[in-house]
Ligand binder design. Structure first.
Ligand code: ZN
Length: 226
């Protein structure tokens, strides 16, 4: 078999297996989706979103790009985020990085690769913000592993900075934000436990109010100024 023939054959086999296990499987999915999770991961072929999270069709909304970035001028990411939060009502959003990420490694070097350098600049910004910690790690592998983690943490922060998440946080059921790292060598996901105060500590800079909130009377005394 050549080209995409194996893909089509796998697909036919998958359909017949699914139908055998659950005759109503496809009818149910055709009725719509109500996923609880949004997964923002790297495009790397070794990080398949469904397989590593044990989720099936209908359970997880997915966005992937090089090095799992949350860039606030990326209309693709913003559209996925807005639809996931405001229409689908996802409960948990996870930014999933992975050790051995080629995008992160490329950003840590000073070689040019073309157009992608402009995308990698966003990771170089992560290095700039954390340069002291980054340079203090002498082992190169350990330094890159830490950069993968720092990048995930910064992308979770970037999520919190979007108007979509800021507005959702004022609602009754804001989605929880998580930063995870996938270890390709072991297959395990590690929760970086990105604390809520780490997300909100910069609210005095990045927090924004709607026009109605800005016009509302000042908060009672005792409430910390924002
Ligand atoms: Zn990657």
């Amino acid at each position: 078999m050549k080209g995409i023939e194996p893909i089509l054959e796998n697909n036919r086999q998958w359909v017949s297996d699914k139908r055998a296990q659950d005759p109503d499987f496809f009818n149910r999915l055709a009725n719509g989706q109500k996923p609880k999770y949004l997964f923002i991961g790297c495009s790397d072929s070794r990080v398949p979103a469904s397989a590593i999270t044990g989720t099936g069709p209908g359970e997880m909304f997915v966005h992937r790009n090089i090095a799992n970035m949350v860039v606030n001028t990326d209309f693709n990411l913003l559209s996925v985020l807005q639809y996931a939060v405001e229409v689908l009502g996802v409960e948990d959003i996870m930014v999933v990085g992975h050790y051995g990420c080629g995008g992160v490694a490329a950003a840590a070097g000073n070689k040019q690769f073309g157009l992608i350098d402009n995308w990698l600049t966003n990771i170089r910004d992560v290095i700039r913000v954390h340069e002291t910690e980054f340079l203090a790690i002498s082992d190169e592998d350990a330094r890159l592993r830490r950069l993968v983690e720092l990048n995930v943490i910064e992308q979770v922060r970037n999520l919190a900075k979007t108007s979509i998440i800021q507005n959702a946080r004022k609602g009754a059921k804001p989605p929880r934000l998580h930063g995870l790292v996938y270890d390709i060598k072991e297959g395990l996901l590690k929760d970086l436990k990105v604390e809520d105060d780490l997300i909100t500590e910069l609210e005095h800079i990045y927090g924004t109010q709607t026009a109605a909130e800005a016009a509302a009377p000042a908060a009672p005394s005792g409430t910390p100024a924002r």
